[in-house]
Ligand binder design. Structure first.
Ligand SMILES: [Fe+2]
Length: 253
């Protein structure tokens, strides 16, 4: 979330990767560039700091530079497959990890999401799952970018047993419900964010409070210094018993 979040990644990702040795490092990039959207520079900063793959959400199209990033075949980035603004080849992507193949899928929720013409994420999953079955990947991971906890839990159960993990994003608040669903899918309602701790979901708290108290027009600003929280999850995907571990750290910027 903004420069404070990017600096937290720059300072901490290398040591997190040394500690946990992940095969693939994924971040949701939709708030990279001053909290809304992406730029070539901010994406490159994340690649240089060790990020392998980018998912996104409803703010990904906020800055026009998304077109340049999407046009670069060397950047692994996807956007919600059920958002009509998403190019046809950008809703999901297959990646190879050693001999294994993984499909990353991005979906956007409909409940309390202020975007137009979003297709039903449940129906979109069904449609794409029949495509994925022909591709025969070893694993599928979904970033479900949604506001309502009920919609996220419902989609988690809907895809249980069909995908390796469904990870919620968008609320910026890490939830305490990481679990393995009955048919084996890893699930969490929200992974949380990397961004300013002393804030309202990463945004300047005074501006946000004023919005609620005085119905003020939204001025958008992000604290540039202070403590950044680092929320993440570590997944261990295994045919017999998968695991999920919450990561919650803080760093001074
Ligand atoms: Fe979002």
């Amino acid at each position: 979330m903004g420069s404070i979040g990017r600096k937290a990644i720059l300072k901490s990702l290398a040591s997190l990767k040394r500690k946990y040795q992940p095969d693939l490092t994924i971040i949701n990039a939709e708030n990279l560039a001053h909290g809304k959207g992406i730029t070539e520079k901010t994406i490159q900063e994340m690649i240089d700091s060790g990020v392998d793959f980018f998912t996104s959400g409803n703010h990904i199209y906020s800055k026009p530079e998304f077109e340049k990033v999407f046009a670069d075949p060397s950047i692994n980035i996807i956007a919600p497959a059920n958002d009509p603004r998403t190019p046809i080849n950008k809703g999901y992507q297959e990646v190879k990890i050693g001999k294994k193949s993984l499909i990353m899928l991005n979906l956007l929720g409909k409940t309390f999401i202020d975007e137009e013409n979003i297709e039903c994420p449940f129906k979109k999953f069904n449609q794409l799952y029949s495509v994925f079955r022909k591709m025969n990947p070893d694993h599928i991971i979904i970033d479900f970018h949604a506001e309502a906890t009920s919609e996220k839990v419902a989609l988690g159960h809907y895809v249980d047993g069909k995908v390796s993990a469904l990870l919620g994003t968008h609320t910026h608040i890490q939830t305490n419900d990481a679990q393995i669903l009955p048919k084996g899918t890893i699930y969490i309602t929200d992974v949380g964010m990397v961004g300013a701790k002393d804030s309202v979901i990463g945004v300047d708290k005074k501006i946000n409070i004023d919005k609620f108290v005085n119905d003020s027009k939204i001025l958008f600003d992000i604290p540039k210094t202070g403590i950044s929280i680092i929320n993440a999850v570590l997944l261990e995907i295994n045919e017999k018993k998968s695991k999920i571990k919450l990561i919650k750290e803080e760093i001074k910027i």
